[in-house]
Design a protein around this ligand. Sequence first.
Ligand code: PLP
Length: 431
Amino acid sequence: MRCVSTRGGDERSLTEAIAAGLARDGGLFMPAMPLPRAAGRPAGAALAATAQWLLGPYFEGEVLESKLGALCEAAFTFDAPVRWLPSPADRLDGLLELFHGPTAAFKDFGARFLAETLSRSPWGEGQREGRTVLVATSGDTGAAVAAAFHRRPGFRVIILYPDGRVSTRQAHQLGAFGDNVRTFRVSGTFDDCQRLAKEAFADDVLRNTLHLTSANSISLGRLLPQMAYYAHASLRLADEKKSSVSFVIPTGNLGNAFACLMARAMGLPIDRVVLATNANRVLPDFLRSGQYTPAASIATLANAMDVGAPSNLERLRAMFANAASAVDADWVDDETIRATIRRTWSEAGVALCPHTACGVEVLRRVRAQGGKGTWLAAATAHPAKFDSIVEPLIGQKVEVPPALAELLRRPSRAEPLEPTLDALRSALARP
Ligand SMILES: *Cc1c(COP(=O)(O)O)cnc(C)c1O
């Protein structure tokens, strides 16, 4: 499929757009509008079959067209189940659990699909020197990308994370891979890590000697596959409950939620979409006022959503002349995140991660305002990743899922790094 930059100055095939990451004019790639209509039904009941059915039109005429089935089978190896919450008889509230992958956050879906796509792409295969995936992370992206590319022939991964600003278990995960993955703990903020990654990409010598490739959330290779779990859940609920479903989605850079808006635009039975942010309230403020005012990010309990300038907002504005007519948003402060984790544990016996708690609180508000029908809040990470926040609130240990437990048993190692390009250059010159 033809993909065009949000700024109009670059146009490529989907495979090329995925490989490029950012467009030449600095914009973000979007599939040509209008999006294809989802026609017929998936060929099987598994999430991988839904993904293949949904993504088929995007891969038509692409060099990877005949490989899409194998690609989806390899990427979608775990499910996204619905967990119902206790609710009054006239309504259904639930969680769409997106954390059953290897690093226990929804980013596993996008990272694995991207890795499968890049390693099957023509320039990926015959590449002797190999590619280097450079990723700045506020916690979850780095682990998902490292897991997806770990021991993958032809790829190296470099992770930059802000030292002391991720949870203890996130830090352990980030350093637990080794082999072709190199992890740096940067003395600085996430913004410093992002700036450093940008500078590395802008540096001709580094870019060309390392063959740098991006894996951040603006990549279409991460965005598109995220449509699959929304499509899958909405089709199942349309069959079982004879109703369309609405979603509340915890949001930072707007990648996960934008995929849901795309799935709805393709004709899936999705009703309302509501964003839930933490105290970084740029998106709710923008939708309310029409004025976009990026801000420095504020540190909150939901650290993967500490975003002051959501990167996918440019896609939202390109797709909808009036974004406020397509999507609503509300924000949740840290005190309310804590209260929601406590309340959901005592009322439902369900432990939430701080990000998911933002979604559950916004769902509660939607219901209080008379919201009708079936609603799912996206559960974006497993609460065991944030045990130091969650366990004191619920007064219990959170059971650690097997994949995460396996990572936490491995030794973990991260190299210290000053947040300058010179420091990164000399670190990379060391073996
Ligand atoms: C990345 C992340 C988010 C935010 O997702 P976006 O696509 O940036 O909006 C929410 N929750 C968790 C657990 C995350 O890791």
